[in-house]
Write a protein that binds this ligand. Structure first.
Ligand SMILES: Nc1nc2c(ncn2[C@@H]2O[C@H](COP(=O)(O)OP(=O)(O)OP(=O)(O)O)[C@@H](O)[C@H]2O)c(=O)[nH]1
Ligand SMILES: [Mg+2]
Length: 517
């Protein structure tokens, strides 16, 4: 079967390559075959499928696209100044000493610790020095006060082991980046660009990769513009006409900006296509009325571990790393009442990065936004808990998630806490890793879901093997069967959605209802 698919894929690709078109549509009979075919042919071309029409669309990139992809990769590498051997990073952790911009929920030490964890998350990157620096605001042209700045400059320039500086702040303005880069003589990263590198490293699916690229383009554009305003020879922007590809005297800077514009349009189109496919799948899911529970929370709080513990899926592999999960994934799970729900694992949130980087995962996060119930999972053993909880609430708000959406607050990692420490938490307490408290959590999910989806509980008397029996089997969630005194009849405990209840009443007006809630 697999071999057949591989040879079929090769044949299709060959056909496309040898045609003058760069796009061909095929109709396949078996949708499963189509999906397998898709995953196997990703490397040779772009394959889209329309699950409704069983259409397969195979598209090879045009020469212009291929050239753009190549130039874009080169530009990204140049802009981020990423050596293959990684970076030896000096972390500068600014913190506002006082005033309204001071973050009262965290401490400079905790901020620095997270900055180090971010750097450690990148393969081949390591922290070689770290300094906390009190500042009045983060708005200055070179971020720091003048005395501080000179000291830092000496320290960094004199240390040959430092190959990059990470200013652990939200996002630097182009002009700040330029100033710091020229003073320190090494590439400068902010939280946005570091998290972007982590996302690029972690993205596995085509959609995640496209979403990261889409978030990267405005960032690259602002860096190019910032660097353009005062270019020096060691910076990656060249304003001459040498090597210009655009023709007609277009400067390298202009052609780089045009390249970004073209990539942005292309990626946006591809994302829109994928988003349409996702909507189709969602409609299918809605039709079957599977309720959805999404788990959200700060990165590394244990979301994936919880899904693994609930579903027992051995293929899920949680990792002790920031942003281990980048692709929103969906997992089926049966509640004690036999109702199948879909559990959605989501990308973790983090403080102090522009929310648009998380929002880049908008179409995938939609699954979470549209969920019937949200679980806000919290690592209560983490010293920065308050800041993490506030960040998650703020991020949900910025992602326009309806504040009235039913949400269950869950305290995780209680195995790392003493009983006295746990007295402060009134929420549901669990250890996703050890399995403590999971029964209570499942119970709460069930109660909440039945409530928000307006499902009704019914006890019905039906003829064993009769038409009502088979109909209910297909349309309702059967909780249990009980034998009755009459061996021909069964008592069925079922859950029905409001629409199924309506159909039941009209299809079987004489059905015996023993209990209805
Ligand atoms: N001790 C303890 N460790 C846990 C618990 N739950 C998760 N962990 C650990 O925490 C780390 C992160 O777990 P994940 O499940 O990957 O966390 P996540 O929220 O999915 O992280 P991201 O996908 O990066 O946002 C892993 O090392 C887990 O083993 C728990 O209840 N107790
Ligand atoms: Mg995860």
């Amino acid at each position: 079967m697999v071999m057949n698919l591989i040879s079929l894929t090769r044949k299709l690709v060959h056909q496309v390559k040898n045609s003058s078109l760069n796009q061909i549509r095929f109709t396949l009979e078996n949708p499963n075959q189509m999906y397998l075919l898709c995953s196997r042919s990703m490397s040779v071309g772009k394959v889209n499928c329309n699950s409704k029409e069983n259409d397969l669309e195979l598209e090879l990139a045009s020469e212009q696209d291929n050239q753009d992809i190549h130039d874009y990769e080169e530009l990204v590498h140049k802009m981020h100044l990423l050596p293959d051997a990684g970076h030896q990073v000096a972390i500068l952790q600014p913190f506002v000493k006082w005033g309204p911009k001071k973050n009262l929920l965290t401490t400079p030490d905790l901020m620095l610790e997270e900055a180090k964890a971010l750097i450690d998350s990148l393969p081949n990157w390591k922290c070689v020095d770290s300094i906390k620096i009190p500042v009045e605001s983060l708005e200055k042209k070179n971020v720091f006060g003048s005395g501080q700045f000179e000291d830092l400059q000496k320290k960094i320039v004199r240390n040959p082991n430092i190959s990059a500086v990470f200013i652990s702040t939200n996002i630097l303005r182009g002009i700040q980046r330029k100033e710091l880069m020229m003073a320190f003589g090494v590439p400068i990263f902010d939280r946005y660009s570091v998290v972007l590198q982590i996302f690029k490293d972690r993205a596995r699916t085509r959609e995640a990769k496209l979403q990261v690229a889409f978030a990267e383009i405005p960032y690259l554009r602002s860096c190019l513009v910032g660097l353009q305003k005062g270019t020096k020879s060691n910076l990656p922007v060249d304003n001459t006409n040498r090597g210009s590809r655009g023709g007609g005297g277009e400067s390298v800077y202009d052609s780089q900006i045009h390249l970004l514009d073209r990539r942005e349009i292309k990626i946006k189109k591809e994302l829109e296509k994928l988003s349409k496919k996702r909507t189709l799948l969602k409609c299918e899911r809605k039709k079957r009325e599977f309720p959805v529970v999404a788990i959200v929370g700060y990165t590394n709080c244990g979301k994936t571990t919880l899904i693994k513990s609930l579903t027992g899926d051995s293929k899920i592999t949680p990792r002790d790393a920031l942003f281990a999960t980048l692709d929103v994934t969906v997992h089926g799970f049966k509640l004690p009442c036999n109702l199948t729900v879909l559990l959605v694992d989501t990308v973790g949130f983090i403080s102090n990065i522009p929310v648009n980087l998380i929002a880049a995962f908008n179409s995938t996060l939609r699954d979470a936004i549209d969920a019937d119930v949200l679980i806000h999972l919290q690592d209560v053993s983490h010293p920065d808990l308050k800041n993490q909880v506030a960040t998650v609430k703020d991020t949900l708000l910025q992602l326009n998630i309806d504040s009235t959406k039913p949400m269950i607050q869950v305290a995780n990692k209680i195995d790392k806490m003493t009983l006295e420490q746990l007295e402060d938490f009134s929420d549901l307490q669990i250890s996703a890793k050890e399995g403590d408290g999971l029964e209570e959590l499942v119970e709460s999910i069930q109660i909440k879901l039945l409530e928000v989806t307006n499902r009704r509980y019914l006890r019905l008397m039906v003829l064993s093997g009769g038409t009502e029996y088979s109909w209910l089997h297909k349309e309702a969630t059967i909780i249990k069967y009980t034998n009755t005194r009459d061996p021909q009849y069964l008592a069925l405990d079922v859950l029905v959605t409001p629409s199924t209840y309506g159909k039941l009443r009209s299809n079987f007006p004489n059905i015996r209802v023993l209990t209805a809630k």
